[in-house]
Ligand binder design. Sequence first.
Ligand code: NAI
Ligand code: MG
Length: 358
Amino acid sequence: SGRQSYKIALIPGDGIGIEVIQEGKIVLQKLAKKLNTFDLVFEDFEWSSAYYKKNGRYLPDDALTQVKKFNAILFGAVGAPDVPDHISLWGLRLALCQPLQQYANVRPTRILRGTTSPLRNCKVGDLDWVIIRENSEGEYAGHGGTSHAGQSWSVATEVSIFTRHGVERIMRFAFEKARSRPRKKLTVVTKSNAQRNGMVLWDMVASEVARDFPDVEVDKMLVDTMTTRMVLKPEGIDTIVATNLHADILSDLAAALAGSIGIAPTSNLDPTRENPSMFEPIHGSAFDITGKGLANPVATFWTAAEMLRWLGQPAAADLLMLAVENVTENGIKTKDLGGSSNTEEVTKAVCDEIEKVV
Ligand code: NAI
Ligand code: MG
């Protein structure tokens, strides 16, 4: 038969990453079984800070060859209290994203039913954004070095890299995304007043690409102004494109404005589909709450829905989000959303809801 089967690599990583990926797998299995229209085959990878402490590295030599056999990667989080964050981030997450050319990081943000925004006048439906983050270069290109290390006169550089190729492909992706949404609006976030080289190229390429998208309404905004607009006029924003660093910061703000970092999903996409894309909740390993049953699994469920959408199962993705929002609306929520349910209770409620809505 033409029944689709998807191979999913699970990389739970560290801390609550392990907890939420387990819940994500349960919910995905439930959904696939109930729908009975496609198959999901999971394989677990132990790459994590524990693996690093044992083997001296986060990934084996053939890691990329291994993950390329999968249709998608579902990633938890990486980061441990006794490993410097730049070692864990570059050792695992960026070591996958960058060679797999997952240059588009996509972060949808909206207020789920039954949850509240810390913004006084912002209700469900008032905030509906997609942030597109350049995910391969810019401020996180890894260009830089340290001289006179350890001396009182040590010097360090962190050089941003903006290539015409890199900027053009993320702009095209962002304009396409904006075009696919009802309002067809794109805000290009920049800082070309102060950063007068890379950001000027960024703006220039944005306006060139804009000519190919006359149906998309585009505006340009400085990143600092953007933070105030997100708080004061959230309903006027739709699709946003920003650099690696700017979007990193704006999307954490966005997650908080939508209620909690515990609900926010992200996709690291290779839009050419040459390589598997990687899906992850935006939160980290949260060692302050690890092992306590406090981790909100909703970010991972939403992430799983985004993964299904990318794999070509939009109806399954919509059903999963319907189930999740029915659960939040029924008040079954973890503490970060003001509820009193634990991680497993939320998962069970979502599985019960899938049973009803499918
Ligand atoms: P974090 O996202 O792990 O935690 C920030 C705060 O949000 C904490 O108070 C935490 O308890 C809470 N929180 C996060 N996710 C939650 C959830 N699902 N449910 C309920 N509460 C939640 O960020 P933090 O503390 O800055 O970083 C901790 C470690 O995670 C560090 O090692 C950092 O490098 C790493 N990290 C890794 C990321 C990744 O793998 N993509 C992303 C962000 C941080
Ligand atoms: Mg971040």
